[in-house]
Design a protein around this ligand. Structure first.
Ligand code: HEC
Ligand code: HEC
Ligand code: HEC
Ligand code: HEC
Ligand code: HEC
Ligand code: HEC
Length: 416
């Protein structure tokens, strides 16, 4: 009896010992350079579905290296989760069911030390703890008003009212001073009556001052209306139409940091940035926030059958209202500006990641295009195509090569 107990203890010791050995061999690195590498790997491959401290499409990964069966298990799962699940692994199957049978992407190409780098980043973030001030997404569907900002107009109106009140007070002082002056002089009975006549409603309404105030307010309101009108005629800046589904960039691109290019795939390829198809939304929304009426609209458009997890035959595209629109005579190419020119979306579209409803940020006039082509240096670094041009240019001028120097002001470049 005692012997078997001893044996049991011995085996347990051996077991713990071997586990800590395995643990030693698989120590998660703490070198800052590796953590940095892990961060960029995480952002490039995992960020669309995972956060460290927050459940997204997949689980929050904080502490996963302690929770999952082993580091080797994590490696196998990342490389091919489907295989681990198919093998009947209890932990994997439970997780898979918990996440509504969402398949994680297989990362067959990730090497051992790359996965260890990602884990190093996750561990570093786990130790740091969740960030304090999470950006709070505002209420969806909030409208952005066009025209002169309401707050400015209110300030102007309040200022005018204050000036009017001051005028009335000063007038009051003047009247009483004048009365005192007149009283010192001998006056006829008639004049005295006039001076001391009481103010009645009808005298006020008939007075010039009243007329002035009425005319003044009427003109102010008319001017406000005209200014508002001017701001929205022709010029489309600030245009923010109501969309069929209350999609928020502030939430998706801001709070959840989804890359613009994940949805606007066209920017890398050509002219149009493209609006994402329903399939891209459904990558997440077949599981995320499914109870929301807005997501139900998305499901209806996709004809999504939640029971069978398939799309039905009656799909209709969502009719997003187009915001930016150049006239047909002008040619603009996204890839040229974003990929070749290296210009950030925000330079032309403003802080979209803060917008609940997207609005047109730039004027999009010919003057706007030309102005930037005059000012902006060509991004020629690492682009062999430009080497000759740069060489030619630097012979003629000391200034860096601008877009205008490569023909950015030629009519035919922008007009068919
Ligand atoms: C397409 C979305 C998606 C991407 C991209 C993705 N994952 Fe996952 N991941 C999931 C889902 C969903 C689960 C939950 C298990 C399941 O449903 O298969 C999961 C589970 C995991 C788990 C197990 C978590 C636990 O609680 O034990 C780890 C570890 C993991 N992912 C790591 C990664 C890493 C590292 C990357 C990037 C290289 C990555 N994932 C990219 C969706 C994704
Ligand atoms: C999750 C997907 C998604 C992401 C991420 C995303 N967008 Fe969008 N974007 C959309 C959808 C859907 C629309 C059309 C509905 C709307 O206007 O809100 C749109 C519309 C736009 C428009 C207006 C298009 C028009 O009609 O003229 C611009 C500009 C834009 N996005 C820029 C960006 C930028 C810049 C980013 C990154 C900071 C970004 N988007 C990230 C899905 C996305
Ligand atoms: C990478 C994942 C992802 C993609 C892709 C994505 N979303 Fe979302 N979406 C989310 C998350 C996460 C939330 C916030 C859920 C929450 O509040 O709990 C959300 C919230 C929403 C909401 C708000 C729902 C509500 O009632 O609060 C709408 C509407 C929405 N998404 C529409 C879209 C549309 C349309 C697309 C495609 C253009 C899209 N989403 C693509 C992850 C995604
Ligand atoms: C140099 C300025 C500039 C940059 C940089 C830029 N855009 Fe645009 N964007 C425009 C103009 C101009 C239009 C209107 C194009 C038209 O009507 O043909 C537009 C239109 C759009 C549209 C509307 C629909 C479409 O398919 O054209 C979307 C969406 C969009 N941009 C997203 C983006 C995203 C995302 C990025 C960054 C990856 C980006 N843009 C970078 C100037 C820019
Ligand atoms: C934020 C600055 C910026 C704005 C705004 C801008 N561009 Fe450009 N554009 C560039 C840069 C930088 C390049 C050079 C890209 C490259 O290296 O090829 C370029 C190149 C071009 C080219 C190719 C020129 C050539 O000689 O190859 C065309 C065409 C063009 N832009 C059209 C437009 C139009 C149309 C608009 C307005 C709707 C516009 N751009 C607005 C910065 C801008
Ligand atoms: C960098 C790009 C670019 C260049 C270079 C350029 N344009 Fe334009 N042009 C535009 C854009 C964009 C518009 C549309 C602006 C709008 O809708 O307000 C436009 C509009 C116009 C219009 C007005 C059309 C209308 O219907 O109102 C005329 C005319 C015009 N361009 C002529 C020219 C001539 C002539 C040249 C050469 C000297 C030239 N453009 C060079 C981008 C360019």
């Amino acid at each position: 009896m005692i012997r078997t107990l001893r044996l049991k203890y011995l085996l347990t010791y051996l077991w713990i010992f071997s586990i800590s050995l395995a643990g030693l061999a698989q120590e998660i690195p703490t070198d800052p350079a590796i953590i940095k590498e892990g961060e960029s790997l995480f952002k490039a491959n995992c960020q669309t579905c995972h956060r460290v401290h927050q459940k997204l499409v997949g689980p929050a990964l904080a502490d996963v290296y302690n929770r999952a069966p082993s580091i080797d298990w994590i490696k196998a799962f990342i490389r091919n989760s489907a295989a681990v699940i198919a093998s009947g692994d209890e932990y994997a199957v439970k997780l898979y069911n918990e996440y509504n049978k969402t398949q994680m992407t297989a990362f067959t190409g990730l090497k051992d030390d790359q996965i260890m780098a990602i884990l190093a980043y996750i561990k570093d973030e786990t130790i740091k703890g969740p960030p304090q001030a999470q950006p709070q997404p505002g209420p969806a569907g909030q409208q952005v008003t066009t025209g002169v900002p309401e707050s400015y107009l209110n300030v102007i109106l309040i200022g005018l009212v204050v000036i009017l009140v001051l005028l009335v007070i000063i007038l009051g002082f003047l009247i009483s001073a004048l009365k005192r002056l007149i009283d010192q002089k001998p006056l006829s009975e008639e004049d005295r009556e006039l001076v001391h006549s009481t103010v009645t409603l009808s005298t006020v309404v008939r007075s010039k001052g009243f007329l002035f105030i009425v005319v003044f307010f009427a003109t102010t309101l008319a001017v406000k209306a005209v200014i508002n009108g001017l701001y929205s005629i022709g010029i489309q800046k600030g245009y923010a139409p109501k969309q069929p589904i209350a999609f928020s960039h502030k939430l998706h691109a801001g709070a959840y940091e989804i890359d613009c290019k994940y949805c606007h795939t066209g920017v890398l390829k050509g002219k149009s940035a493209t609006i994402p198809s329903i399939n891209i939304c459904m990558n997440c929304h077949s599981q995320v926030k499914t109870e929301s009426p807005q997501i139900q609209k998305l499901w209806a458009a996709a004809d999504w059958q939640p029971e069978t997890k398939t799309y039905g035959p009656n799909q209709q595209p969502i009719e997003w209202v187009r915001i930016h629109n150049l006239p047909d005579l002008a040619y603009f190419n996204h890839a040229q500006h974003v990929v070749v020119g290296g210009i950030e979306c925000q330079t032309c579209h403003g802080p979209v990641e803060e917008m609940e409803v997207v609005q047109q940020y730039s004027l999009l006039t010919m003057g706007w295009c030309i102005d930037c082509h005059r000012k902006t240096d060509v991004n020629a670094k690492g682009n062999a195509y430009y080497d000759k041009l740069v060489e030619l240019h630097s012979k003629q001028s000391k200034q860096p090569m601008k877009v205008e120097d490569i023909g950015g002001l030629e009519c035919a470049k922008c007009h068919y």
